[in-house]
Design a protein around this ligand. Sequence first.
Ligand SMILES: Cc1cc2nc3c(=O)[nH]c(=O)nc-3n(C[C@H](O)[C@H](O)[C@H](O)COP(=O)(O)OP(=O)(O)OC[C@H]3O[C@@H](n4cnc5c(N)ncnc54)[C@H](O)[C@@H]3O)c2cc1C
Length: 374
Amino acid sequence: MTEELEIFRDSVHKFLDKEFVPNQERWGKQGYVDREAWYRAGEMGLLCASIPEQYGGGGGSFAHEAVINIEMTRALVNFGIGVHNGILAHYILAYGSEAQKQRWLPRMATGELVGAIAMSEPGVGSDLKSVKTRAVRDGDDYLINGSKTFITNGYHANLICVVCKTNPELGAKGISLVMVETEGQGGFRRGKLLEKIGQKAQDTAELFFDDVRVPQGNLLGAEEGRGFGQLMQQLPQERMIIALSAQASMHRAIEFTTDYVRQREVFGQQLSELQNTRFKLAECKTVATIATTFVDQCMMQLLAGQLDTTTAAMAKWWTTQKNCEVIDECLQLHGGYGYILEYPIARMYANARVSKIYGGSNEIMKELIARKIT
Ligand SMILES: Cc1cc2nc3c(=O)[nH]c(=O)nc-3n(C[C@H](O)[C@H](O)[C@H](O)COP(=O)(O)OP(=O)(O)OC[C@H]3O[C@@H](n4cnc5c(N)ncnc54)[C@H](O)[C@@H]3O)c2cc1C
């Protein structure tokens, strides 16, 4: 952290507290944040915080994304900014032509465009190279056909990076990333909002592409077939978004629980005085501290452009696994109240579960690590 990042953190905290926290319950019930929230986040400089100013961004580094991410976790806010800022905007920055960057990034920074990345399909998740969605050349255009599921920001997104096969015979080498602007786009349809057990205010939806016609200029990168490599290159950063949130979540869960056990009386004494409570919290705090230390180290490597895929995979699986374990212990200390959604620990329990599944499941993370050592 630097002084500038501390000031940024303070402004993010105040903004979330004033404008997002009071709406979370309502947004959770409707299954998506109000569209206006994206524009407000843009006005406050949260969108594209780590994108250069020449493209309308905040001119910060990934440390700014980390601050946003941690503050959102601490405030228990569900909002798909991790995908918009940390993933999609960086795909465009890394692989887009100058014209593509000028066309999309400034509008992503204001909230006019909401970004999504559409990889997963009903039949394909972990085994990404088997995606079925096709992009076929037709004159100067691509015709896209296929369906995607579990897409974060799927309800609001109007700029979607679609993972397609441009040459199905080539397996992973036949994958390309094609951008679709959805406004007025024939053949594009959103399916139902998927009802989740947690992260309820963050919209997750199915998307359908039925002869969706986009110019060939919407291909990300200079040539077809680079998509798989492009996805792999960005993965360490994406996994850090999840790990950052997981470590912050552990500390928050411990804070909520410490407050709770201090005021709860059992058998004539404070719950916090029982040795079991003290030892459980001591164990949780130890795990959270180790997680933060490791994630800090990974962040330093990431900022220096040196974070490798294996280390990022370790950070992702371990922190998300430990976060679920810590939250479970903390929930147990709340007794029955831990199961009631009015209590933050119950919402944290439901929010955390998916982090072991998405962003590459934890089993896939272990595969990646094992490949390096066996
Ligand atoms: C809330 C939410 C948001 C999401 N957001 C997005 C998004 O924005 N964009 C997007 O494209 N996707 C998104 N996803 C999808 C997510 O990335 C996938 O769910 C995930 O990659 C797992 O794929 P799957 O669900 O098809 O499971 P499968 O791949 O079918 O896996 C099922 C089980 O098998 C295990 N498994 C699979 N292969 C192996 C192996 N080789 N070795 C050992 N075990 C294995 C998995 O770990 C898992 O436990 C989201 C999912 C959720 C729930």
